[in-house]
Write a protein that binds this ligand. Structure first.
Ligand SMILES: [Zn+2]
Length: 244
C-alpha cells in the first residue's frame, strides 16, 4: 500500500498496525508486545487493543493520552500501555515507542551481560542501553514513570527477564531499532558462546567507532530497513516466526 496517498492520521494508523505485525512476524513478540505512535503535536498516541501485536489492525487502534485515558476507540488497551504513556509524557521528541519480549535480549539480561556493540546496525545504541532491573509487567503509572526514568535520554532499555522498549522520533525507527537490538543481542550471545563465555574476548566497538554508525535508523538506511520488515510482515503468516 502506498501510505503517501493516505491522510496523515490514516497513514500513521497504517504504520502502527504494520509495526505491530512486524514485532510478531519477525519473532520479537508472540502473544504480547506492542508498538505505538504519538499523534503529532499532541499528548495522545495510537495503540492496539489488548491482543497479540500480530493481530493489530489500523481501524481498531485506540487513542490514549499520557495520563492513561482513552480518548477514542473501542476496547481495552494492552495492560502495559503505561510504558508508552509515560515515555511520551517524559520525552516530547519521542513519536514512536515499541515494547517487545525478544528472546536474545531477555537472555542477555539474565546472564548479567550488558548490551555491547558488536556489529554495524547496533551503532544507534552507541550512547548505551540502560537496564531496567525490576522484574514484572509495567501495569501502573508509577512503574511507567520508573521505566521512563531508567530509559532517560537513551533510545532503548533492556528489561530484565522481560524484554525491551525503544523510543524514537517515529514508530518506523522505533520498530527497526527493536529488530536491530534483538539481532545485536543474538550476535552477542553467539560471540560469547564461541568465546567460551569470556566477554573480554569480544571485540566490542569503541565509542568512537560506534558513533560513526549512529545513522542506522535514519534516511535511506531506515527506509530500506522498514521496507524490508514491512514486506516480511506482509508475506509471513501469523505465527510464522515460531514455525521457523
Ligand atoms: Zn511486556
Amino acid at each position: 500500500m502506498n501510505a503517501h496517498a493516505l491522510q496523515p492520521e490514516d497513514a500513521l494508523r497504517q504504520d502502527v498496525a504494520t509495526a505491530n505485525r512486524i514485532l510478531e512476524r519477525v519473532g520479537l513478540s508472540h502473544a504480547f508486545g506492542h508498538a505505538s505512535a504519538r499523534i503529532p503535536g499532541t499528548n495522545t498516541f495510537l495503540m492496539p487493543t489488548r491482543r497479540s501485536p500480530g493481530l493489530a489492525e489500523a481501524a481498531s487502534l485506540l487513542v490514549i493520552d499520557t495520563e492513561g485515558r482513552i480518548a477514542s476507540g473501542e476496547g481495552e488497551p494492552n495492560s502495559e500501555f503505561w510504558i508508552h504513556a509515560r515515555i511520551y509524557a517524559a520525552r516530547a521528541e519521542v513519536g514512536g515507542v515499541v515494547h517487545a519480549h525478544p528472546p536474545a535480549c531477555v537472555c542477555l539480561t539474565q546472564i548479567g551481560e550488558p548490551h555491547r556493540i558488536v556489529h554495524n546496525q547496533a551503532g544507534i545504541f552507541a550512547a548505551g542501553v540502560p537496564e531496567y532491573a525490576r522484574i514484572g509487567l509495567i501495569r501502573t503509572r508509577e512503574l511507567g514513570d520508573l521505566l521512563a526514568s531508567t530509559l532517560g535520554s537513551a533510545v532503548a532499555t533492556m528489561m530484565r527477564g522481560h524484554g525491551i522498549t525503544t523510543a524514537f522520533p517515529d514508530v518506523r525507527a522505533a520498530t527497526v531499532a527493536a529488530c536491530y537490538l534483538e539481532e545485536s543481542a543474538a550476535l552477542q550471545l553467539r560471540m560469547l558462546s564461541a568465546a567460551g563465555g569470556d566477554a573480554t574476548r569480544l571485540r566490542t566497538f569503541s565509542a568512537a567507532e560506534a558513533h560513526e554508525l549512529r545513522d542506522q535508523v535514519s534516511g535511506s538506511v531506515a527506509r530500506r530497513a522498514w521496507e524490508y520488515y514491512a514486506a516480511v510482515a506482509e508475506a509471513t503468516p501469523l505465527g510464522g516466526a515460531r514455525a521457523g
